[in-house]
Design a binder for this molecule. Structure first.
Ligand code: FEO
Length: 174
C-alpha cells in the first residue's frame, strides 16, 4: 500500500501532468492560429505525451489499491509573443516538473517503497529527455530569430514529429 504522503503526492502529480498537457495544447492552438502548423504539431505531440504521463500515474495508483482523485485544472496562458518564448517557457516548466518528480522519488525512498521507486525511474529519465529536447528547440528557435524563411523551414521540420505511446503503457494495448 502507498503511504498517505506518497499517495497524495502522486495524485498531485497527475494534476501537474494534466496541467502540462493543457499548457502545451494551448501553445499548439496559439501556433495554429499564427499559421505555424509544424510548431502546432510539435506541441500537440507534447500534449499527447503529457496525457500518457498522467495515465501512467493513474494506472499505478490503481494497481497499488489507491484511489485517483482528480482535481480542477488551473487556467493556462493562451498567447505567446514568439516561438522562442514558447520553448523557453517549456524548458522553465519542465524544470519545475523535474523538481516534482525528484520530490516523489525522495518520498518513495523515505518510505522504502521500492515498487514506487522503480516506477519513478521512468519519469526521472523522461525528465532528462524533456529538458534536453526543450533546450534543443530553444537553440533551433534562436537560430532563426528574425529570419522568416528560417522559421518557415523550422516549422516544416517540426511538422514531422510523431507521437509514440509511452513505454509503460504498452501493456494497455494488449
Ligand atoms: Fe510530464 Fe513534460 O513532463
Amino acid at each position: 500500500m502507498l503511504s498517505p504522503k506518497l499517495h497524495a503526492a502522486l495524485n498531485e502529480q497527475i494534476n501537474a501532468e494534466l496541467w502540462s498537457a493543457y499548457l502545451y495544447l494551448s501553445m499548439s492552438m496559439d501556433a495554429e492560429a499564427k499559421g505555424l502548423k509544424g510548431v502546432a504539431n510539435w506541441f500537440y505531440v507534447q500534449w499527447l505525451e503529457e496525457q500518457d504521463h498522467a495515465r501512467i500515474l493513474m494506472n499505478y495508483i490503481n494497481s497499488r489499491d489507491g484511489k485517483v482523485c482528480l482535481k480542477p485544472i488551473e487556467p493556462v496562458q493562451t498567447e505567446w509573443s514568439s516561438v522562442l518564448e514558447m520553448f523557453q517557457e517549456t524548458l522553465k516548466h519542465e524544470k519545475v516538473v523535474t523538481g516534482l518528480i525528484n520530490n516523489l522519488a525522495a518520498i518513495a525512498a523515505e518510505d522504502r517503497d521500492f515498487a514506487s521507486s522503480n516506477m519513478l525511474v521512468w519519469f526521472v529519465d523522461e525528465q532528462v529527455e524533456e529538458e534536453a529536447s526543450a533546450r534543443d528547440m530553444i537553440f533551433a528557435a534562436e537560430s532563426v530569430e528574425g529570419d522568416k524563411y528560417g522559421m518557415y523551414q523550422l516549422d516544416k521540420e517540426l511538422a514531422s514529429r510523431t507521437y509514440t505511446q509511452a513505454s509503460p503503457l504498452a501493456s494497455e494495448a494488449e
